[in-house]
Write a protein that binds this ligand. Sequence first.
Ligand SMILES: [Fe+2]
Ligand SMILES: [Fe+2]
Length: 322
Amino acid sequence: MSTEEATITDEERLHQRFESTVEHDQRVEPRDWMPEGYRKTLVRQIAQHAHSEIIGMQPEGNWLTRAPSLRRKAILLAKVQDEAGHGLYLYSAAETLGVERSDLTEKLVARRQKYSSIFNYPALTFADIGVIGWLVDGAAIVNQVPLCRCSYGPYARAMIRICKEESFHQRQGYELLLTMMHGSEQQRRDVQDAVDRWWWPSLMMFGPPDGDSPNTQQSMAWGIKRHTNDQLRQKFVDMTVPQAEVLGVTLPDSGLSYNAEREHYEFSEPDWEEFHRVLAGEGPCNTQRVERRRAAHEGGSWVREAAAAHAAKQAERGRAAV
Ligand SMILES: [Fe+2]
Ligand SMILES: [Fe+2]
């Protein structure tokens, strides 16, 4: 057998092993061989997810100094800190695929990598804090629970912990809204207004319709994705409508109705032109979000330099002591 033939056979064997790992619902680990397309897809998805956690701190972080009570401030602070932690787990998971966190951040601030378009909308009143927890974290849970079974081990394991914290986020939002709905007329109006503004962007969090999502089939074949965008969107609507009824808010969709035959809610199409506009950088807060992230990254460079210098000094001392 020539060397060339042997190489081809080796690569085929690696391919087969990868396929069989995915097929048997086992995990692919960083040391394992994987197709380049699989690695690239994961880097893109995990980086985008990590960036969303970090950028997502901004709309809520803006309300930390204006929270109406010490209790609300402590809850919001804990939630925003959790999101920072999620970003860090996810950057670590991406690094197991051979990329550098600093490189991913550079790409984010240069707008060469994306984050979830939902965070380009402003949080206008404290009711938005409740609605973000209820709808945005609620949608995140529907998106992320299947990722706990993702074929890539480090991502799947990060998601298990993240999902536990997301469920606290969703409940704190819902509890805040329940309290406000039992409050003053103005508070009820604020909640309804926030629901009207966040409902459609929340539905867009699941991505474009299946017919317009060319990567879905490959991601499903690789065991990265377990359900299509439309399936997840339907699940979110089915879960959320009864919760809206308990709250006493109206979801801003005249096409919303229960289909007893399908055992699902029918709902209208989101405005996909708006989705693409926001994704292209023309949402209400895109510039502000990226510029703020850039300023924080640049402003923090002395901390990273000092930490690296300290680590180098410690390592030097360790070597001298041997
Ligand atoms: Fe999160
Ligand atoms: Fe969250």
